[in-house]
Write a protein that binds this ligand. Structure first.
Ligand code: PGA
Length: 246
């Protein structure tokens, strides 16, 4: 892994949006994996701007979001679906039937995960997945632990992760659901290309562990060391714990 250090988060976001737009131009039916959180906000804003300038056409593309809170419906303002509607889906020309999402309110979470995995398989898997990284090294909601799961699954959220998502629930971490549904490590590692973004000092240790540490379920992002086509794009604070000159 050879992280690219941009001068600023905004520069990285512009480059990331351009990379996605190039990929869609090369393959209009691109299957994109998309994250939520603070990290991709500027990328979504740049993509919306590209579309407004006529430089991006998503009409044939498909999207699969990485995860959703358990017990939270799409209509809930704290849901990842609501976040995506607000920041991206409402502003671009994706076909609604090609927007794929886990339904956090599905009565049978395991069946919902199986449905989502089957939909992704039918779509041919992810062509390009955009990722953030948790301060604890998680990818999507694949949290650090003794082991990792390949398929889409229901998972418990760590305390750190619930704290990091409090902003979606009125800054009250106690209101963040205890569990989530998430794509597993399989869908992520089988994506044909990966772009991981990390900004800010709070990500510095996770970036170091991902890039320089051992491949271990204690840092799920470290498994990206095994991927052939992964771009790690960071700002200087997120690169500050790296010991090797990049
Ligand atoms: P963040 O979350 O973008 O809000 O920092 C990233 C993640 O937890 O994967």
């Amino acid at each position: 892994m050879n992280p690219r250090i941009f001068d600023s988060e905004q520069d990285a976001a512009v480059a990331c949006a351009a990379r996605i737009a190039d990929a869609v131009r090369a393959r209009p039916s691109l299957v994109l994996g998309l994250p939520t959180g603070r990290t991709p906000l500027n990328v979504y804003r740049e993509l919306v701007a590209l579309q407004a300038r006529g430089a991006l056409d998503l009409s044939r593309a498909s999207t699969f979001n990485l995860d959703e809170f358990h017990g939270v419906s799409a209509e809930d303002a704290g849901s990842f679906r609501a976040y995506m509607d607000r920041h991206f889906f409402q502003h671009v020309n994706l076909a609604p039937e090609r927007i794929h999402f886990l339904d956090g309110s599905a009565p049978d979470a395991e069946a919902e995960c199986a449905r989502y995995e089957a939909e992704l398989t039918a779509a041919g898997g992810l062509d390009l997945v955009l990722l953030g990284i948790g301060g604890n090294g998680h990818l999507a909601f694949n949290e650090p632990g003794d082991s990792l799961l390949a398929p889409c699954h229901r998972t418990k959220l760590s305390r750190d992760t619930r704290l990091a998502n409090a902003m979606l629930f009125g800054d009250d971490a106690s209101r963040v659901p205890l569990e989530a549904l998430t794509l597993g490590m399989g869908a992520i590692l089988q994506a044909r290309s990966v772009v991981l973004l990390a900004f800010g000092e709070s990500k510095a240790e996770a970036v170091r562990a991902m890039v320089e540490g051992p491949v271990t379920p204690r840092c799920p992002a470290s498994f990206l060391q095994l991927h052939r086509d992964v771009a790690v794009w960071v700002d200087p604070p997120a690169a500050s714990a790296l010991s090797r000159a990049q």
